[in-house]
Design a protein around this ligand. Structure first.
Ligand code: GLN
Length: 209
């Protein structure tokens, strides 16, 4: 598979390393590429939208029609993992303040939802991923304030959702690339792999195979 990491801003290098590690640990052949132009989405099975600052990311996305390109990528079966600022981009509605987003996960998300008092912390979260609880680092993290019934909760902290999935879009409000625990990256790769097989099957069906 080919997996891209949006490399306009944020900690994309740590994601690339975590993806390599997850691929290696799960014997999945993955080529990881940094993506800086919309044209580089072609041929990718999955894309990571890293954390950083969503407003900066939106500004950097002005140069090219990123929203159209990412929505088309998703519509055509590409799997997307959005972490922290990336989760903000994926959500349907953004608060504090309101700002444009891709709307690929039917959720409302509040930026900097923990305020200034505890703007960054590390904690244990419950996850629906083999291996049980996971250490999660929250950095000026957003908080999900509403999820539609289509959105599946895969991870929570003190009863609130911090890791969610809607179809081929996954979002988490923490930084999974910073702990050395690459189970979330492995989950993302397996979702991308399933989507990839789905599209291969569709091609095979069309070809009568
Ligand atoms: N606070 C940032 C924002 O609103 C997100 C923080 C992060 O990605 N670590 O975009």
């Amino acid at each position: 598979m080919k997996i891209g990491v949006l490399a306009l801003q944020g900690d994309f290098a740590a994601h690339a390393a975590a993806l390599q590690q997850a691929a290696w640990g799960n014997s999945i052949a993955v080529e990881v590429l940094e993506v800086r132009r919309t044209a580089e989405l072609a041929g990718l099975d999955g894309l990571v939208l890293p954390g950083g600052e969503s407003t900066t990311l939106l500004n950097l996305m002005q140069d090219e029609p990123w929203f159209e390109a990412l929505r088309a990528f998703h519509r055509n079966g590409g799997t997307i993992l959005g972490t922290c600022a990336g989760a903000i981009l994926l959500s349907r509605e953004v608060l504090n303040p309101e700002q444009p987003s891709l709307g690929l996960i039917d959720a409302t998300i509040e930026r900097n939802g923990f305020g200034r008092q505890v703007d960054s912390f590390e904690t244990e979260i419950e996850v629906d991923i083999p291996g049980g609880r996971m250490t999660a680092v929250f950095i000026r993290a957003p908080r999900f304030r509403r999820l539609s019934g289509e959105v599946e909760v895969l991870g929570s902290w003190q009863g609130e959702p911090v890791l969610v999935r809607e179809g081929n879009a996954i979002a988490c409000t923490f930084h999974p690339e910073l702990t050395g625990d690459v189970r979330l990256h492995a989950l993302f790769l397996s979702v991308a792999q399933e989507a990839n097989h789905g599209s291969l099957n569709r091609v095979n069906e069309r070809c009568g195979a």
